[in-house]
Design a protein around this ligand. Structure first.
Ligand code: 5AD
Ligand code: SF4
Length: 377
């Protein structure tokens, strides 16, 4: 059987694509370089914006135009995840109208191996957790991937060691919110270290938020152990959020040269009121303070970020606060996204989508030009 995998979206989907490849290879199936010749097409979908969803419809439609008989098409990833979590059944009905000839199978139900193949590459994506408990009001991820589930600690270390043994030099630790890694393991008291000793007292870091204990996490310890693996040249991580970025994590980065000096720290907006409505748990000043602390402790550090423009109710003044924050931080890269109203999210249910597209586009252009020009200097 010839299979072909198409991946849309983020690094987590790319990592899932690798696991799907491993699964099909293990069963003796053959990778088809062209989608036209495949007997089975597996699409790892993204639902973060409407444009990403539209790409899935385009792919299935084009396949129908190019082939007399359709292959088996398996839709997995975020689209399938949202469908199973939408108890109203509305989403499935809407999507089925667009692509009636496909099967929907959530990633969890594919029976995939935990680790992907890391052969013939120099860079490996290693997933450490799946899902998200944060519920930012614009974001489908908690509905598409469910609640955060961390991979067992030792399994991650083993995948990293195997990857390095296969010639990998750079590892990216992947999760929706890597710096809360392990909080579920610790709450369930399931996480054991090599010697069988429960990690509890020894390696837990309590992430503090606004001076209060928030969640226990193993991420600083995990990052430290990965960064010290013999043979590794560099390790980075995506994505982290500002409110779980602990001082212990900063210390690990500062004291380990193998940890990348470019940190991705999504800010989303530079305006307090917008941040609040986005359900982001930090203020503009707290974000700026965090940047300052990291700069002070980690020499040579630079920052990239994610920003959403045209969030419901974002005034021109509020947008200017984001522009101002970008000028002050001097991001080396920014993924600027035009707000897209997504089903199931709190913003969709309660806030509407009131900024005209032309104005969203204008704001997007202002930031793109600012960050692009900043980088040319
Ligand atoms: N509209 C636009 N951008 C979004 N993102 C997440 N949800 C949306 C949405 N509804 C962006 C955020 C996030 C990145 C992965 O995608 O900036 O950090
Ligand atoms: Fe989405 Fe927020 Fe979770 Fe990131 S932290 S995946 S933006 S809900």
């Amino acid at each position: 059987m010839k299979y072909h995998i198409v991946v849309f979206g983020c690094a987590a989907n790319v990592a899932d694509g690798k696991r799907i490849e491993t699964y099909y290879e293990d069963q003796g199936h053959i990778k088809s370089s062209s989608i036209e010749k495949a007997d089975e097409v597996i699409v790892v979908t993204c639902m973060i914006r409407e444009s990403a969803e539209a790409r899935v419809y385009g792919l299935v439609r084009n396949l129908g135009k190019k082939r007399r008989t359709l292959p088996r098409i398996i839709i997995t990833g975020c689209m399938a995840g949202m469908i199973v979590r939408d108890t109203t059944g509305k989403l499935l009905k809407r999507i089925k109208k667009r692509i009636p000839t496909v099967e929907f199978i959530p990633v969890e139900e594919l029976g995939l191996p935990e680790a992907g193949i890391h052969k013939n590459e120099t860079h490996a994506l290693v997933h450490i957790s799946n899902g998200c408990n944060n519920f930012c009001t614009y974001c489908v991820v908690p509905y598409a991937r469910g609640k955060e589930i961390s991979r067992p600690y030792e399994e991650i270390i083993k995948e990293c060691q195997d990857a390095i043994a296969h010639g990998i030099q750079t590892i990216t630790l992947v999760g929706q919110n890597v710096n809360s890694y392990g909080s579920d393991l610790l709450n369930n008291a399931e996480c054991k270290m090599q010697n069988g000793e429960l990690v509890k007292s020894k390696y837990i870091t309590y992430v503090k938020h606004l001076g209060k204990m928030r969640i226990p996490t193993l991420f600083p310890h995990l990052l430290k152990e990965v960064s010290e693996l013999p043979g590794l040249v560099s390790v980075d991580f995506i994505s982290s959020n500002p409110w779980d970025f602990s001082s212990e994590l900063i210390d690990v980065i500062a004291s380990h040269e193998t940890v990348s000096r470019q940190i991705h720290l999504p800010v989303q907006s530079g305006d307090d009121e917008v941040l609040k409505r986005m359900n982001r748990w930090y203020t503009r000043n707290e974000y700026m303070d965090l940047i300052a602390i990291i700069r002070e402790k980690v020499s040579g550090v630079s920052f990239s970020t994610d920003i959403i423009v045209g969030f419901p109710g974002e005034t021109k003044e509020q947008f200017e606060n984001t522009v101002d924050l970008c000028k002050k931080v001097g991001f080396v890269k920014a993924y600027v996204a035009i707000y897209s109203d997504r089903p199931m999210t709190v913003a969709h249910k309660t806030l509407g989508d009131d900024i005209p597209f032309a104005e969203k586009k204008r704001r997007w252009k202002v930031l793109e030009e600012l960050i692009y020009k900043g980088n040319k200097k």
